[in-house]
Design a protein around this ligand. Structure first.
Ligand code: NDP
Length: 455
C-alpha cells in the first residue's frame, strides 16, 4: 500500500472507530457514514479551509433526536402503544426536511442513516432545506383506515411541538403516503389553528403540489436519462429491472415506459414478478391499483396479469440493462451485484435509500462497464418537489403540473451535473457518482456551517 493510501485508511479507521463507539449497534448508520467518509476524508485533507473544523464529526452528530410514546385506541377500543421519533440532523442550509416512515421494523439506527443521507441529498438539490427523518414502529398494512387516522392524530399530538413551516417540515416515506399525510396535516391544523405548509406531500386540494406523488420515481428516470446520454446509450428498448411496487417503484416504472424502456420486473417483500416483454402502461396501472388500493400482493398481481411469479426471489437475477432498486435498504447485496454484472447490466440507479450493500457498491464501482448512482442523487426528485411545495405554500400559489415537471427536470439535471463536476474521471472511466454526490453535498453544507460559526 502506498503512503497516501495508508494514511487515508488509518484516518478512516480512526474516524469510524470513534463513530462506532459513540453509536453502538447502529449498523445502518455506520454503513451510511462509512460510505460518505471514504470520499470525504481525503477531500477534507486536501482542502485547508475544511481541515481542523471537525466538520464530518459535527455532521454525523444530529442536532437532536426526539423519541416519544404514541398512545391510541384501536377499533376494539383497546389501548395501543407505539414509539415515534424525529431525528433533526442539520438545519444549516434551511429548515429540517425529510420523510416519516411507518414500519414495524424501523429503528433509531435506520432513521439516523436516513436523516444523515437526507442532509447531503437536500444540499444537492440546490434548495434551502436541511436534513431530518422520522417515523414510528407502526404497520399501516395491519390496520383499518380509522385506526390509521387515530394513530396519525396521536403521533401529531406530540410531533406538533417540533415541526412547523420554518422549523421542520416532514413528508412521506415507506408506509406514509397521501392518506397518512392528510391525517397528520389535519391534526396539525386543528391543534395550531393555522393553515401553513408544515408538511409536504399533501393532497392537491389542500396545499399539496402537483406531481409530488410521482416526483421521486420520475426524478430517478430523469437522472437515468442523463446518465445514459453521457454513456451514449439509449433508453428506448432498454430492459429495466425494478424492485418494490410502492410509490417510488411504480412511478419509476411509469416514466421508464413513457421513455420507451421495458419494465421487466416488480417485486414486494414476498417475491417478484418477471415478464420478458415488459409491462405496458395499462398493466402497470392495474398493478398499482391492486397494490395500492386493494393491498394485494405481487403474487396476486402476477396472477392477474399472467406474469411469472417467483416466491422469495429478488429481481437481480434476471437479464436486464438497467437495475433500479426502489424498495428498501440493503436489498441488493454483493452476490446480486455480481449476477447483474454477469448478465450485462450497465446502469444501476438507487430509487430507494441505501438499497445496495457496501459490497454491492464496491463491485459496481470496480467495473468500468457499469455506471452506478447513489440514492442521495438519483432519488432526490421527491424532496425537490417537496421543496417546491413549500415554496408554493409560502407564496400562496399553485403551480401547474407542467411547471413543476420542468422544475423537477431542471433540478435533476443540475444534480447530475454537480455529480459529474466532482466525480468525473478524465481518464475515460465512468463517472464516480457516489464521490461526486458526497463532495457536492458536503461543500454546500460545510460552507454554510463554517460561515455560521462553531455550533
Ligand atoms: P412504499 O411504502 O410506497 O413502498 C415500498 C415497497 O417496497 C413496497 O412494495 C414493499 O413491499 C417493498 N418492500 C419493503 N420491504 C421490502 C423488502 N425487504 N424486500 C423487498 N421489497 C420490500 O415506499 P416508497 O416507495 O415511498 O419508498 C421506497 C424507498 O424509496 C425507501 O427506501 C424510501 O426511503 C425511498 N424514498 C422514498 C421517497 C418518496 O418520495 N416516497 C423519496 C426518496 C426515497 P410490501 O408491500 O410487501 O411491504
Amino acid at each position: 500500500m502506498s503512503e497516501p493510501h495508508a494514511a487515508q485508511s488509518s484516518a478512516l479507521n480512526d474516524f469510524m472507530d470513534g463513530l462506532v463507539r459513540r453509536n453502538p449497534g447502529q449498523d445502518e448508520f455506520h454503513q451510511a457514514v462509512h460510505e460518505v467518509a471514504c470520499d470525504l476524508l481525503p477531500f477534507i485533507a486536501e482542502h485547508e479551509k475544511y481541515r481542523d473544523a471537525m466538520l464530518l464529526e459535527r455532521m454525523t452528530e444530529p442536532d437532536r433526536i426526539v423519541s416519544f410514546r404514541v398512545c391510541w385506541t384501536d377499533d376494539d377500543n383497546c389501548v395501543q402503544v407505539n414509539r415515534g421519533w424525529r431525528v433533526q440532523f442539520n438545519n444549516a442550509i434551511g429548515p429540517y426536511k425529510g420523510g416519516l416512515r411507518f414500519d414495524p421494523e424501523v429503528t433509531e439506527s435506520v432513521l439516523k442513516f436516513l436523516g444523515f443521507e437526507q442532509c447531503f441529498k437536500n444540499a444537492l438539490t440546490g434548495l434551502p432545506i436541511g436534513g431530518a427523518k422520522g417515523g414510528a414502529n407502526f404497520d399501516p398494512k395491519q390496520h383499518s383506515d380509522t385506526e390509521i387516522m387515530r394513530f396519525c392524530q396521536a403521533l401529531m399530538n406530540t410531533l406538533v411541538h417540533y415541526v412547523g413551516p420554518n422549523q421542520d417540515i416532514p413528508a412521506g416515506d415507506i408506509g406514509v403516503g397521501q392518506r397518512e399525510i392528510g391525517y397528520l396535516f389535519g391534526q396539525y391544523r386543528s391543534l395550531t389553528r393555522e393553515f401553513v405548509g408544515a408538511l409536504t406531500g399533501k393532497g392537491v386540494s389542500f396545499g399539496g403540489s402537483e406531481l409530488r406523488t410521482e416526483a421521486t420515481g420520475f426524478g430517478v428516470l430523469y437522472f437515468v436519462k442523463d446518465m445514459a446520454e453521457r454513456l451514449d446509450r439509449d433508453l428506448d428498448g432498454a430492459r429495466v429491472a425494478i424492485s418494490g411496487a410502492g410509490n417510488v417503484a411504480c412511478h419509476a416504472a411509469r416514466k421508464a415506459i413513457e421513455l420507451g424502456a421495458k419494465v421487466v420486473t416488480l417485486s414486494d417483500s414476498k417475491g417478484m414478478m418477471h415478464g420478458r416483454d415488459g409491462l405496458d402502461a395499462e398493466q402497470l396501472a392495474t398493478a398499482q391499483r391492486m397494490k395500492g388500493e386493494h393491498r394485494c400482493s405481487i403474487e396476486q398481481v402476477a396472477d392477474e396479469l399472467g406474469w411469472r411469479y417467483h416466491e422469495g426471489a429478488k429481481p437481480w437475477g434476471v437479464e436486464c440493462d438497467i437495475a433500479l432498486p426502489c424498495a428498501t435498504q440493503n436489498e441488493l447485496d454483493g452476490d446480486d451485484a455480481k449476477r447483474l454484472l454477469d448478465n450485462g447490466c450497465w446502469l444501476v440507479a438507487e430509487g430507494a435509500n441505501m438499497p445496495c450493500t457496501a459490497e454491492a457498491v464496491e463491485a459496481f464501482q470496480q467495473d468500468d462497464a457499469m455506471s452506478y448512482a447513489p440514492g442521495k442523487a438519483a432519488n432526490a426528485g421527491g424532496v425537490a418537489v417537496s421543496g417546491l411545495e413549500r415554496a408554493q405554500n409560502a407564496q400562496h400559489l399553485v403551480w401547474t403540473r407542467d411547471r413543476v415537471d420542468e422544475e423537477l427536470q431542471r433540478i435533476m439535471r443540475e444534480i447530475h451535473d454537480r455529480c459529474v463536476r466532482h466525480g468525473g474521471n478524465g481518464d475515460g472511466r465512468p463517472v464516480n457518482y457516489r464521490k461526486g454526490a458526497n463532495i457536492a453535498g458536503f461543500e454546500k453544507l460545510a460552507d454554510a456551517m463554517l460561515a455560521q460559526g462553531v455550533l
